[in-house]
Design a protein around this ligand. Structure first.
Ligand code: FES
Ligand code: FE
Length: 378
């Protein structure tokens, strides 16, 4: 199904039930989140062997840890004996192995079964075969991306391709040297809205003049309603009297030195489907990772990344963080205000996109293409 053209100005959105229906959400988990590359954790959070994080990817829980060789490994968070969830915490540290809390099967940091009660009396148990089940991993831009598909899609096409498509050239992001930036602040938002509403909101700026007073002050062209994502390669320019990307337009932090001249005083936004937003400004990079937990609930983790010297010196990043924190709250409030209407009978056919939002139609086509025909639960 493609978006319906309703008039010269209007095209249709997805039908309302696609934002609330359990069967559709399950299909999205199965065919999108469990099939594509999923940005899971900041690599620097796994700073030594045995430190781990657990993340929800579609319907599966995944453990991501660093081995003694310094490599990153990811496994399904499921004991091979009788299926207990191995790690219950969102993050933690083990000494040298993961031990199941049920019958004490024990796995090393590479996932191999290394001990179990009476294991030596069962020499036929293949310790590799009954080790934890591996998940594909890839490190890019300082983040660990995982993929549950048996045959992962091309990372170059799906992830790097999205950046290239938006910026016009992959080299445009290299100057930000994201992999070598440091975490200055992280804020986690529990958003009571469908993940697609959050993406759609991020893709358009028709709402900017209404709900983002601070952002439009810094980026005056956003007040016209055309998002940076509307044009290939375009970055929104700071206002003439704006000194930095801060809540009051005051001076920002140290500028990333490897940027090109035309990237100074500009803001770029990139959506990497299905769950990542990248925001580039001269002195920091903001990365959003979404974790869709239910049709009407999405956790969003937002990281503010600065030059390591800025973070190490303890410089005050609060005016800088506050700008996009407010933008996030304004955006997520708007998404939460949309969510209840998605199940309303008058929204059965969905809403409409005005011309400055028409590019969202391509996102809807993409979702339809991935999910295909699903019989709604209701
Ligand atoms: Fe893990 Fe039995 S379920 S050891
Ligand atoms: Fe917004």
């Amino acid at each position: 199904m493609t978006a319906e053209v309703l008039s010269e100005s209007l095209i249709s959105t997805l039908p309302g039930h696609t934002y609330v229906d359990e069967n559709i959400f399950r299909a999205e988990q199965e065919r999108i989140f469990e099939k594509m590359w999923f940005c899971a954790v900041l690599a620097a959070d796994l700073d030594k062997a045995g430190v781990y994080k657990t993340v929800q990817v579609g319907r599966e829980s995944v453990i991501i840890n660093r081995t003694r060789k310094g490599e990153i490994r990811a496994f399904y968070n499921i004991c091979r004996h009788r299926g207990v969830k191995l790690c219950m915490e969102e993050s933690g540290e083990v000494n040298r192995a993961f031990q199941c809390p049920y019958h004490a099967w024990t796995y090393d940091l590479e996932g191999k079964l290394i001990a179990a009660p009476n294991l030596t009396k069962m020499p036929d148990i293949d310790r590799q075969k009954y080790g934890l089940v591996n998940v594909a991993v890839r490190e890019y831009m300082g983040y660990i991306w995982v993929c549950l598909a048996d045959e992962p899609p091309s990372f170059e096409e799906d992830v790097m391709g999205a950046i290239e498509e938006r910026l016009g050239d992959l080299r445009a992001i290299e100057g930000y040297d994201i992999a070598h930036l440091s975490l200055g602040r992280r804020i986690k938002y529990d958003v009571k809205a469908n993940w697609k509403l959050i993406i759609e909101n991020f893709m358009e700026c028709y709402h900017c003049a209404t709900i983002h007073p601070e952002l439009t002050e810094v980026l005056p062209e956003f007040a016209d309603g055309l998002a940076a994502q509307y044009f290939v390669g375009h970055g929104a320019e700071f206002g003439a009297d704006i000194k930095g990307f801060t809540v009051d337009g005051s001076e920002g932090l140290d500028v990333i030195p490897s940027l090109s001249e035309d990237q100074d005083r500009r803001y770029y936004a990139i959506t990497i489907k299905p769950t990542v937003f990248v925001n580039l400004v001269p002195d920091h990079v903001i990365i959003h990772r979404m974790f869709p937990l239910a049709a009407d609930r999405t956790i969003v983790e937002c990281d503010w990344l600065y030059l390591p010297s800025v973070v190490e010196s303890g410089k005050d990043v609060s005016a800088s963080v506050e700008l996009f924190h407010r933008v996030n709250q304004q955006d997520f409030d708007a998404c939460e205000r949309c969510q209840p209407a998605m199940g309303s009978r008058i929204y059965a056919k969905g809403g409409v996109l005005v011309p400055s939002e028409h590019h969202i139609g391509a996102f809807h086509d993409w979702v339809n293409d991935k999910v295909g025909d699903v019989v709604p639960a209701s």
